[in-house]
Design a protein around this ligand. Structure first.
Ligand code: SAH
Length: 258
């Protein structure tokens, strides 16, 4: 029987957790949540009086010790991560440590912040004729970047880019993107705390966004989106094109042909 669940809590708004994630929180006996980013409001779904741990103050061994003890006691553990746990969630090392112990676990996906950011911007990332690719990346911090994934290298594709964990190094982000071939007038949007009540949107270009952000002061929990989709003059999608048939719909003649 599965006793450990890794849950994506979503980007902030407690209504953006999945029904399944909510149901497991309602049943959990022990909750370990990433307190630096997960909205504590989601913990309101939990039963009264259960053990709740904030992993921001714990190391991996402590998280694992709490998890194993709870499992031995026959309890259900919810390990709650922000957004979706597959993106910069550091869940692999936790899952891999449970495997040799014979502890079964399940992962419940969540709404990643790069998607909540698109919703806040009311923006599609994949516009026909502009970009059909989304690059999820970050600037190198304490976690080193593989050589082929340097920001300047990725920028050469001119795809839509969602840059996590990097707003505090914005100057370096701009420098690398420009080095990689994005022109100075490429649009940039920064969404701070997407889906939270204090969500903020800053827009500019690679040339102007540095000054705009400086005026705002220190930003935390922000997503940087770069790419021509942000100001695109795009082609209409084929999916809803009258003349384009697919598995669920036959082609219709355009009005001129009718
Ligand atoms: N697993 C998470 C990402 C964790 S890394 C996810 O899927 O969203 C933390 C980074 O995510 C932050 O530095 C920031 O870049 C981004 N982030 C998290 N929540 C955010 C939010 N509500 N709005 C904008 N960016 C957010």
């Amino acid at each position: 029987m599965t006793q450990v669940y890794f849950i994506g809590a979503g980007p902030g708004d407690p209504e953006l957790i999945t029904l399944k994630g909510k149901r497991i929180l309602e049943q959990a006996d022990v909750v370990i949540y990433a307190g630096s980013l997960v909205n504590p409001e989601v913990l309101k779904f939990c039963k009264e009086g259960i053990d709740i741990y904030n992993s921001a103050q714990m190391n991996l061994d402590e998280v694992l010790a709490v998890t194993k003890k709870a499992v031995q006691e026959g309890k259900t553990v919810a390990r709650v991560h922000t957004g979706d746990p597959a993106i910069y969630g550091a869940i692999q090392e936790q899952m891999d440590a449970l495997k040799p112990e014979g502890i079964e676990y399940e992962v419940i996906p969540g709404v990643s912040s790069f998607l909540a950011t698109a919703a806040a911007l009311k923006q599609e990332y994949t516009l026909p004729g502009i970009s059909q690719t989304v690059i999820i990346t970050r600037l190198e911090g304490r976690t080193p970047m593989p050589k082929k994934e340097q920001l300047a290298h990725l920028a050469s594709h001119q795809a839509t880019m969602c840059i996590f964990l990097s707003v505090q190094m914005l100057d370096s982000v701009i420098e690398n993107l420009t080095l990689g071939g994005y022109s100075i007038d490429t649009p940039v949007a920064i969404v701070v705390r997407a889906s939270w009540p204090d969500q903020k949107i800053l827009r500019g270009t690679l040339g102007t966004i540095g000054e705009i952000v400086k005026k705002e002061g220190v930003l935390r929990q922000a997503m940087i989106v770069v790419g021509r989709v942000l100001d695109a003059d795009y082609e209409l999608s084929k999916l809803y094109d009258r003349g384009f048939s697919h598995m669920f719909r036959d082609a219709k003649p355009t009005p001129a042909e009718e």
